[in-house]
Design a protein around this ligand. Structure first.
Ligand code: NAD
Length: 484
């Protein structure tokens, strides 16, 4: 992929975006759609050392992860689930390198698609590291070794994303002790695998490798399992994952990990003392940090907090006029690709002089495990702590004909509405296709729907989405396919 800058010799832009992950590429595309002369600077290289767009999310995050999870789910279903349908399959085997290649082909194709869209919109795509010099200037260090240069822009959008936090006592070598990128590029199945952290990332990786047959142990320092989602959903998730064979050790803080002769020796502490585990591979999934190191020259005076996040106001504006920080770089919401995409579009529209808005209250969250978890709005515990009067409707997915037909009966849909106004305040799902189902709840909340609106909306039968209808009917004990 040629550096478009080199061929055009442009140095003055309306907007320069640093970072071509979901936040950055969306922002660059919307800027260009709105007629702004736009450049996007990105330094990602794929496994072959080639340039590719899409950032962590595409290349070693959710897209890579769900692609492998789909393969793992198929393998698991063929081995353990399709017998229920009267289908028998024998000699099923998993070709891990072929699975990884399939994932790489998909992310390569999607990366090329972003390049094509950039080209279509005449966005100058620059393969380089960008560094903010001041509110109007970016220093460009090309990865091909050519000379540094300085580009000028009226607006600068920082979108460099985040990277895994490395633990000093579990040094990643990406052979035995792996970060999340290496964990999505294993060439063979580890017999025994440990993961530090039972957060979103740890659980998603565990869902892949345990389904392919690795004995998987999650070591989580916190006593509480998954503290972000509604706690009823977290309890249900813990029960389901445990039944699936995941070994989740809570209150287990890893204190050291070292490579032995052929195994990794992991030491962790819990309330019973210190324990030692010997595993074939260890994945470190202990959180992420914003990529702000070397992003701005000291003289630029870009304001960061003590954890490296960039200070922004409610419009993603940094302390420097005309400079914005979006996606994982700010603390306006969780580290989610679609939050970054929305901020990218929002900021681009502001650069073009439009007054758009962004509604963080209806931002959906998804955990791509099997079954999936998805939610929008407030949890029951948060609302009760705030003293908001609420009512709760819950419908188990096993009471829908569709869940029975597809043999995915685990999980539930939970709706929380205001006890007096009936306004929807939160929707929480664990179950098959939760990531798709949540869109209905997001739309309902975006349009300020009440639970009665949902109860009076016709849902196709038989579908999983009927669970919404039924959960809304559950408020008045009026469910059709279950007695309450
Ligand atoms: P996380 O902070 O959600 O989880 C990391 C966990 O590691 C924590 O629970 C922490 O207690 C534990 N931990 C840290 N040190 C430990 C130690 N020494 N021993 C045992 N446990 C230890 O981080 P994550 O899962 O890496 O995710 C980071 C961010 O990326 C989050 O904001 C997450 O939402 C986002 N993300 C989102 C998705 C998605 O949208 N599906 C996927 C992956 C990550």
């Amino acid at each position: 992929m040629p550096n478009r800058l080199a061929s055009k010799q442009l140095t003055q832009y309306d907007v320069i975006v640093i970072g071509a992950g979901p936040a950055g590429y969306s922002s660059a595309i919307r800027c260009a759609q709105l007629g702004l002369k736009t450049a996007c600077v990105d330094n990602w290289r794929n496994k072959k050392g080639q340039r590719t767009l899409g950032g962590v999310h595409l290349n070693s995050g959710c897209v890579a992860s769900i692609t492998l999870l789909e393969s793992a789910k198929l393998f698991h279903a063929l081995n353990h689930e399709i017998g229920k349908h009267g289908i028998h399959a024998e000699n099923i085997s998993a070709d891990i390198p072929a699975m990884i290649q399939h994932k790489d082909d998909i992310i390569d194709a999607l990366g090329h698609k972003i390049s094509d869209i950039f080209a279509h919109h005449h966005i100058d795509s620059i393969h380089a590291s960008g560094r903010l010099l001041n509110a109007r200037q970016i220093e460009i260090t090309p990865l091909d070794g050519t000379a540094q240069s300085v580009l000028n822009a009226k607006h600068i959008i920082l979108a460099t994303g985040s990277s895994p936090i490395h633990l000093p006592y579990a040094k990643v070598d990406n052979e035995f002790i792996l970060d999340s990128f290496a964990a999505l590029n294993l060439t063979s199945l580890p017999k025994k695998l440990a993961i530090i952290g039972a957060g979103v990332n740890g659980l998603e990786l565990a869902s892949i490798w345990s389904r392919l047959g690795a004995e998987t142990i999650l070591l989580e320092a916190q006593e509480t399992f998954l503290s972000l989602p509604d706690q009823q959903i977290s309890r249900e998730a813990y029960r389901i994952y445990s039944e699936q064979g995941l070994d989740m050790r809570l209150g287990a803080r890893v204190i050291s990990a070292k490579k032995g002769k052929s195994k990794v020796i992991v030491e962790y502490q819990d309330q019973d003392g210190t324990h030692t585990l010997r595993v074939d591979k260890l994945i470190v999934a202990s959180g992420r940090k914003p990529n702000t190191e070397n992003l701005a020259a000291a003289e630029a005076n870009l304001l960061l907090d003590e954890n490296g996040y960039i200070h922004v106001d409610e419009n993603c504006r940094t302390n420097l006029p005309g400079v914005y920080a979006i996606g994982d770089l700010n603390l306006l919401g969780p580290m989610l690709a679609h939050k970054g995409i929305e901020e990218g579009v929002f900021v681009a529209e502001h650069c073009a002089g439009q007054r758009s808005t962004i509604n963080y209250d209806t931002l959906p969250s998804v955990i791509y495990t099997e079954p999936e978890i998805a939610w929008v709005g407030q949890t029951e515990q948060a609302l009760r702590t705030m003293g908001v009067p609420i009512k709760v409707g819950v419908f188990p997915l096993n009471a829908t004909a569709r869940a029975q037909a597809i043999c995915k009966t685990e999980g539930l849909i939970k709706i929380i509405a205001h006890a007096e106004t009936d306004a929807l305040l939160g929707v929480h799902i664990i179950g098959a296709q939760a990531s798709e189902l949540i869109a209905e709840a997001v739309l309902a909340m975006e349009f300020s729907a009440s639970s009665e609106d949902l109860a009076r909306t016709i849902h196709a039968h038989p579908t999983l989405s009927e669970g919404f209808h039924e959960a809304a009917l559950a408020f008045k004990k009026m469910t059709m396919h279950l007695t309450l």
